[in-house]
Write a protein that binds this ligand. Structure first.
Ligand code: FMN
Length: 398
């Protein structure tokens, strides 16, 4: 087993993750109009599995049609979605990575343009693509950001139906072959709109006190656990702080994490921000550029205070930086978002960086063999020096 912390396996419940490197959930806006993932997703997610990411997450899969952020979001509200997702999960497993799904509901951030089209609500987008808006829902009738549509505030009976939909979506993820499930409760989406006092102005059992604001999240976790096997890990992605006065503070998240642990959540996926629209993600609200590892302190604190596994995400760029996070026990996993988009071979390059002779021994042999020969050719013009090392005998996953 590797002595390098990010390359060591992690056992969570009955699932062994081969290393600590995770592809963070990222919406790609490439699904068809019915929410089906496509071959594009297979190729996109598949490449991270080939490149030895330990866990490969889908983007957020929407638990109902109303909960899509755009017309190109991926869905899990229908049994028909399972077929294409099954192919993706199976391919990821075949490469030795753990296939993981994220589920969620975009709540007050539903019915808008794709980021590259402008990110405006469809009702105000003067959309050239002729995409009509739909009615959006949230905890309270408060727009996600100035200029966004006023959402319909969910009635208790509607909340109960949504909780059931989370359970049914978890069941579909299981049927598709995913081994880890993450619930998107961050970034100003529906669950976060209940958690934050900024967006939750209800005066029934889902609003007011902290206990009431977290009720929706806890009931979702309980419902999911009826369908998601106990042997499989359940993650929850939280915005650990809102970064606005009167919003969620880290102590609120610590209390919530303890309660989530009691109802069967295994890991807190530590993000932040988003409650006041897209510009409140990262640390834009505080007008500071986010620094590398800016969300790691949340993962560290929650791990220590709640005795629960955590995942760090956000501006994790370099293998040494990632390795320090794991080695010093600040979190159990590190997730890469944009850095993985920039460099899909990040994990393979980390294996090579830490290999004793900087060789390609840990690369898939059909690629590693060639690169090793090339490396030898670059070092020496004498064919005697070109014989390959261990990479020639590698199996795909030793
Ligand atoms: C294109 C894109 C799409 C994203 N979609 C999701 C998503 O579906 N679910 C989610 O929880 N976070 C989503 N995020 C946030 C990332 O998972 C990650 O937390 C964030 O980008 C910070 O990590 P990074 O600095 O490594 O990019 C998205 C980010 C990007 C760049």
């Amino acid at each position: 087993m590797s002595k390098i912390s990010i390359l060591k396996p992690l056992v969570l419940k009955e699932i062994t993750i081969p290393n600590r490197i995770v592809l963070s959930p990222m919406q790609m806006y490439m699904s068809d109009k019915d929410g089906n993932t496509t071959d594009w997703h297979l190729a996109h997610l598949g490449k991270f599995a080939i490149a030895k990411f330990g866990v490969v997450f889908t983007e957020v899969l929407c638990i109902e049609k109303r909960g899509r952020s755009t017309y190109s979001d991926a869905g899990i509200w229908n049994d028909k979605h399972v077929k294409n997702l099954k192919r993706i999960a199976s391919f990821i497993s075949e490469q030795g990575s753990v296939p993981a799904a994220q589920i969620g509901h975009c709540g007050p951030k539903s019915s808008r343009q794709r980021p590259y089209d402008g990110l405006q609500p469809l009702s105000k987008s003067k959309d050239k693509k002729n995409e009509l808006p739909w009615e959006i829902v949230s905890c309270s009738a408060i727009p996600a950001a100035p200029g966004y549509d006023v959402p319909h505030s969910l009635k208790i009976t509607e909340i109960e139906k949504l909780i059931k939909k989370f359970g049914q979506s978890a069941k579909r993820c299981f049927n598709a072959g995913f081994k880890i499930l993450d619930v998107h409760a961050a970034h100003g989406y529906l669950i976060h709109s209940f958690l934050s006092p900024i967006s939750n102005k209800r005066n029934d059992k889902y609003g007011g006190s902290r206990e009431n604001r977290i009720r929706f999240a806890i009931e979702i976790a309980k419902e999911i656990r009826k369908y998601w096997p106990n042997e499989y890990p359940l993650f929850f992605r939280l915005s650990c702080i809102d970064r606005f006065a009167g919003g969620i503070e880290i102590d609120d998240t610590i209390e919530l994490s303890k309660k989530l642990k009691n109802v069967g959540v295994d890991l807190i996926d530590c993000s932040s921000g988003g409650i006041k629209g897209p510009n409140s993600l990262f640390s834009l609200a505080s007008k500071e550029a986010p620094k590398p590892g800016f969300q790691v302190p949340f993962a560290e604190k929650i791990k220590k205070k709640c005795d629960i596994h955590t995942m760090s995400v956000g501006m994790i760029l370099e293998p040494d930086q990632a390795n320090d996070i794991i080695k010093s026990g600040k979190s159990d996993l590190i997730a890469l978002g944009r850095e993985a988009l920039y460099n899909p071979n990040w994990a393979l390059q980390a294996y090579r960086k830490y290999a004793e002779e900087n060789n390609f021994d840990e690369w898939p042999p059909n690629v590693g063999w060639w690169l090793e020969v090339r490396q030898r050719m670059l070092k020496s013009s004498d064919p005697k020096d070109w014989k390959v090392g261990k990479a020639a005998n590698n199996t795909f996953r030793e």
